[in-house]
Design a protein around this ligand. Sequence first.
Ligand code: SF4
Length: 476
Amino acid sequence: MTSLSDNVRTLHATMELFSHAKRFNERWLADPEFRSILFRNPEQAIADYALPVDSEEVLGIIAGDKDRAGSIARGILAISAMKSSVMDQWYGPESTAADSRIAAWRARQQARMHLELGPFQTKASVRAAWNAELTRGCSGGCWFCNMSAPALSGLAPDDTQDLEAWRGIIRSLKMRLGPAIRTGFLDGATDPFDHPAYEEFCRIVLAEAGFFPTTSTALALRDPDRSRRFFAEAKAAGCWSVRLTVRDQAELAAIHATFTSEELAHVQLNTCTPRSSFVFSLTGRYRDRYLSDSEFAARERRKLAFAPWYTMSRDYRDDDTYPLDANTGVAGFSINLVDRMVSLVAPRPSSDQFPLGFETLDRLAFGDGDEFGNALDTLVERWMPERLRDGDTVMLWQGLRCEPTSGGVRLHGRFRQFTDMVDPDHAADLRMIASWLRHGATVADITQSGAVDAGWGVDVLHRFLDAGLLQEIRSA
Ligand code: SF4
């Protein structure tokens, strides 16, 4: 199998080879006006937007003729395929947490995401084991901010002692997460470039954990020289993803005017312009707008008609709920270095209770790296027990629908996702346990009831837990 670093190098090389196709695609996705000019007068559109592309290939794009579209079509497909391959390797089974309790908890979150959020959002999710915010709040002010970030009000201190504490934090994470540490990033309800020493924090992650954090910023234009230096450093360090958030058409034009297609070759543009074809996550400020402006909501829903993962999947057919409604960036530890707090967070469908699309299960303060390690251990002991205990309350999470089957019970989630719990020799007992779990009971209530064999009952409860069917369990 190709090594992860070789795969990242191939991704960068592919993006560089097809940087012209990438730039064309950025404009195509972000700008409906460009698309209409293109269809009316391709030569004029290429000249007006200074696109480094071949007009014959653009005519192929317009005609929907893949062969004629040549390197543009090949480039867009090749970049997309390489990106998926790197993502599978970076975030897949090779990045399982070293601590088996954390690994099991994260696997449960993923199983639950399948049932609760549907197949596309689960597959597309980064589901990082941790993130760290270097500021309190953000100066970005993005119209759609999925985290509803408040205004910038504080920076993490970065003198020698603070950077040493950061080193300790990364070591504590690495000890517990092992390879899963590379799923983390230094972002949240923040923008990395708000912190003047962001690069230094990244270098410490590289030195201690062996990877350069993925980076997403809406502030690349604030200091283009800093951005250029950062793009080069991130690429040289093997960072697989640097992304720029583009908030409106004017910003896209300014980014394209400031940075050449070569300078942005390995930098992705997230075109979050109001009229882009990007399907947003229904959380934060975007959710506020969606719920309060029916015209806006109808327009956003129409975008789904152009999303193949939505229209071509039977999973989403006949379901009218919005299909991307969680913040799936982190399933694990969320750190804020200004407030010195670490939280345990899990993705959830957005609601009035969880408007940001995740649930904060717990939150602890820490000082230095050692205290941070102790806080992680407390969170693991509280929320990620190796074995269920007699006093634990076990209950299916709300929204699951139980259906009896000949072998046991089927648990239905959203978007046609389901999990079968099967034991042909004890099908009736399995159904009885499911019925207990619908209303909630302690482990002892079930295993000491005399209605089921105690050992078998505990094993079954673990199967429900591992399958992501139970509400989170907090030890007393
Ligand atoms: S989307 Fe990111 S950069 Fe924009 S306001 Fe929110 S946290 Fe800041």
